[in-house]
Design a protein around this ligand. Structure first.
Ligand code: DQA
Length: 147
């Protein structure tokens, strides 16, 4: 099983961002945790991070045919990128969106999640554990839906 692990704008700066919201780990440390989790289950993870909406969309378009699902933290694009939401919808594979911080309990603009409709589930507010929980949920969903 191949899963795309996608991080959007500013997530390359993890480790230097506000630890109250985002914790202390870098994106590489988070990815390493996911790799360990995936290895024991025989899952192949393909990682991608970009600060550019179009690059994220290109990556999804070029890689979705050979993947079983997408784990994505779209960063601030979560709150307004209908283009990213469309690309994920057109990919036609299960998506789980994850957020380090509790987006339902911050500024009003963060309470809007334009991926809500296309995402199987949103996992938020658990710092790096959001990714780990999100990956488990995605794998369980893929297996149960026979993909
Ligand atoms: C985020 C929440 C977003 O509102 C923010 O713009 C981010 C990261 C999170 O992981 O909590 O960059 O998606």
């Amino acid at each position: 099983m191949k899963i795309l692990v996608i991080n959007g704008p500013n997530l390359n700066m993890l480790g230097k961002r506000n630890s109250k919201h985002y914790g202390f780990l870098t994106i590489f440390q988070i990815n390493d945790k996911l790799k360990t989790q995936a290895k024991s289950r025989g899952i192949n993870l393909v990682f991608f991070q970009s600060n550019h909406e179009g690059e994220l969309i290109d990556f999804i378009q070029h890689n979705c045919q050979k993947a079983s699902g997408v784990l994505i933290n779209p960063g601030a694009l979560t709150h307004y990128s209908y283009a990213l939401a469309d690309a994920l919808k057109d990919a036609n594979i299960p998506v789980i969106d994850v957020h380090l911080s509790d987006i339902s309990n911050r500024e009003d603009f963060r309470k809007i999640n334009v991926l809500e409709e296309i995402s199987v589930e949103t996992v938020a507010g658990k710092k790096e554990k959001s990714y780990e929980e999100g990956l488990l949920k995605l794998v369980t969903h893929i297996k149960s839906s026979g993909h």
